[in-house]
Design a protein around this ligand. Structure first.
Ligand SMILES: *Cc1c(COP(=O)(O)O)cnc(C)c1O
Length: 225
């Protein structure tokens, strides 16, 4: 199936899930995750009207997005992969939203760059809901303190929370936990749900779903996340 028809299917499934969950139409935003796919594969999605995209690497995005944005200046780019502080400058310049704020050092670096560049971007804190050793994100017990640090000490506004449930788990409990942490911190947006589980994420309150392979097909290139 073509990328535009897969995109249309995902949009339809999102609308269905919104309805089933009794949620307002259009309350869930689709981030089309285009990591590893090249310009010629991304362009058909742009032509089909998709404007919000997710990438997980600064370097890769720097290569392909400037020219795509010349043709589609209203495209919105979300960083959904881990960020090193030495890439903060490029990330703040290139992305509109960063979903992976998860340590003081990176939060500070982003703040400094936003000030230097006179640029305001939206920030999400990544929560490691499964407390997995190898996974990025703040563990749930430290989430409130870290969010407070970003808001109070750094004066950053945190728009949302993001999680990637452990692959071997049923994601439901992780989505619920993310929503709970967001609620008690007065945070509105929830970035959760991928190709395999976005309908469940919508049921649990996702406002952004990050869908890659269901739109673009299986990724063949090796990923170093
Ligand atoms: C790759 C990726 C996705 C998309 O995954 P699919 O299973 O292809 O939909 C979503 N979120 C993050 C953080 C990713 O790295």
């Amino acid at each position: 199936m073509s990328i535009p028809s897969q995109l249309a299917q995902v949009r339809e499934a999102i609308a269905q899930s919104e309805k089933l969950a009794g949620r307002e139409e259009g309350s869930v935003k689709l981030i089309a995750v285009s990591k590893t796919f090249d310009e010629e594969q991304i362009r058909p999605a742009l032509k089909a009207g998709q404007r919000v995209f997710g990438e997980n690497r600064v370097q890769e995005s720097k290569g392909k997005w400037p020219s795509l944005r010349e043709d589609f200046p209203d495209a919105e780019l979300h960083l959904i992969g881990p960020l090193q502080s030495n890439k903060a400058k490029e990330a703040v310049a290139l992305f509109d939203v960063i979903h992976t704020v998860d340590r003081k050092k990176i939060a500070r670096a982003i703040r400094v760059e936003m000030e230097k560049q006179g640029r305001q971007i939206d920030l999400f804190v990544q929560i490691n809901t499964g407390s997995e050793l190898q996974k990025a994100g703040i563990v749930p017990e430290e989430a409130d303190d870290f969010i407070g640090f970003c808001q109070v000490e750094l004066g950053l506004s945190i728009r949302g929370l993001m999680c990637i449930p452990p692959i071997e788990d049923n994601p439901k409990a992780h989505f619920k936990l993310l929503r709970k942490i967001a609620k008690r911190n007065g945070i509105k947006e929830l970035s959760m749900g991928m190709s395999a589980d976005y309908p469940e994420a919508i049921k649990q309150g996702a406002t952004f779903v990050r869908v890659g392979s269901a739109i673009f097909g299986q990724r063949t290139k090796k990923l170093s996340a």
